[in-house]
Design a protein around this ligand. Structure first.
Ligand SMILES: *[C@@H]1O[C@H](CO)[C@@H](O)[C@H](O)[C@H]1NC(C)=O
Ligand SMILES: *[C@@H]1O[C@H](CO)[C@@H](O)[C@H](O)[C@H]1NC(C)=O
Ligand SMILES: *[C@@H]1O[C@H](CO)[C@@H](O)[C@H](O)[C@H]1NC(C)=O
Ligand SMILES: *[C@@H]1O[C@H](CO)[C@@H](O)[C@H](O)[C@H]1NC(C)=O
Length: 387
């Protein structure tokens, strides 16, 4: 059967070769193949031209990326805004990651934006802010010149309305135990979070029992224009001073370098970066400044004395009353708040050094105040404190 079929094919081929119909067919075939070639040419031409334009576009993309000009940068694109100052303070960084990032310092001296220096107010708290209304009055009208950061106990949610300056200003916080290194950790955490905002220039540590005793413009001028930072630092030859030094800290830290001071610091950006970046001396304190050593009263004063003494005024701008002795300072409530008392904190005729000149203004803030002091303080804020 196959054979028969093959024979017929051969015959047919032969037939096409030898009959006049064959010639006509050849013309048809030529016409069809011409058409096919033409169509193929058109199709090829079209496809080549699209390919070419696609190729050409690809080349232009390389040199002038379209995404650069056209992408919608709401989500993932790099932006200066979020780099220069995070809009949301909550983040998922560990302390190690945060401190690393916060210690990055620009090499260029000029900023590619108009930098208005700000004062960062770092609130180290446990829970509510009893003096919130006083602080809100203090900050009113000075937006852009300050930033607020709150370290509270973990999971504590500060209940403030959206129009408050304290709204959404809590930072990721850890548990803090009085007199332990965790207090220093919290201070560094506050500093590091505030350093992420490149406009923050001065950093003040405050607690929920602190109040301002001058108005915002005075505080801002005083701090921004100061050549020194305000960290109390003194040598005390007593069990509560040098007595807390441990020989295990040598040779890195010598006894003569050991200093004491109030934890309520005020630091400029350079010192804040150095403190956040220090791991070496911090580790020695964590290891040997215990028990009954109180790292928060020694670490920063000692560290600054060792490396940055010339940048420190060696005094605090936060007034506190230790005159009664004991482990805690005096606390002032409603019956103790008088105009004379507040005036004496503002200016008690004692002179302090400011930019190497004497000034009667030594303190900008004061502690410790009980919540009951709020009403009398609000009453005299405008007449005595100027806000
Ligand atoms: C938050 O404060 C408002 C107003 O003072 C109050 O009504 C509300 O109950 C508070 N919420 C919580 C969770 O404490
Ligand atoms: C603060 O103390 C340091 C020593 O640690 C000293 O060098 C510096 O001059 C003092 N600062 C002022 C303003 O006196
Ligand atoms: C505050 O006033 C009360 C009542 O007069 C007094 O007992 C207390 O000692 C005063 N506190 C301070 C720190 O002066
Ligand atoms: C003024 O304040 C300083 C620091 O608190 C204190 O040492 C001094 O005794 C006060 N002077 C007067 C006259 O109250």
């Amino acid at each position: 059967m196959w054979k028969t079929r093959g024979k017929t094919d051969e015959e047919e081929v032969d037939y096409f070769h030898s009959t006049p119909i064959k010639r006509w067919s050849i013309g048809l075939v030529k016409f069809v193949s011409f058409l096919v070639t033409l169509m193929a040419g058109v199709v090829l031409g079209l496809s080549l031209s699209t390919n070419f334009s696609r190729y050409y576009n690809l080349q232009t993309e390389l040199f002038f990326p379209r995404t650069m000009y056209m992408a919608n940068c709401d989500k993932d694109c790099l932006s200066m805004k979020s780099f220069l100052g995070p809009t949301h303070l909550m983040h998922g960084m560990t302390d190690e990651e945060l401190f690393w990032r916060a210690s990055l310092v620009p090499k260029m001296e000029e900023y590619p934006f108009e930098r208005v220096p700000k004062v960062a107010f770092l609130f180290l708290t446990r829970g509510p802010l009893p003096f919130k209304p006083l602080w809100e009055r203090f900050f009113m009208g000075h937006k852009g010149l300050y930033s607020i950061y709150i370290h509270s106990i973990p999971d504590y949610k500060l209940n403030v309305t959206e129009d408050s300056v304290f709204y959404s200003r809590q930072i990721p916080s850890e548990e803090v135990f009085w007199g332990s290194i965790t207090l220093v950790d919290a201070e560094k955490r506050l500093l590091a979070n505030a350093l992420l905002d490149f406009s923050n220039e001065r950093f003040v540590l405050l607690s929920e029992s602190c109040v301002p005793v001058y108005n915002f413009p005075s505080v801002y001028e005083y701090l921004i224009n100061s050549a020194h930072s305000f960290v109390e630092s003194y040598d005390e030859d007593s069990p509560q001073g040098r007595g807390r030094y441990s020989q295990n800290m040598a040779p890195e830290i010598q006894e003569y370098q050991w200093m004491k001071g109030s934890e309520w610091f005020e630091l400029n950006r350079e010192l804040a970066v150095n403190i956040v970046a220090d791991y070496k001396y911090y580790s020695i304190f964590r290891k040997y400044c215990k028990p009954s050593c109180y790292p928060d009263e020694h670490y920063i004063p000692t560290y600054l004395n060792m490396f940055h003494g010339a940048l420190n005024a060696n005094r605090s701008v936060t007034w506190v009353d230790w005159s009664r002795g004991g482990p805690h300072p005096a606390r002032y409530g409603d019956p103790n708040i008088t105009v004379g008392f507040i005036q004496a904190i503002r200016n008690n005729a004692t002179f302090c050094m400011y930019n190497s000149r004497p000034t009667p203004i030594c303190f900008l803030f004061a502690r410790k105040f009980a919540p009951s002091a709020l009403v009398p303080l609000l009453d005299m804020a405008s007449t005595v404190m100027g806000f």
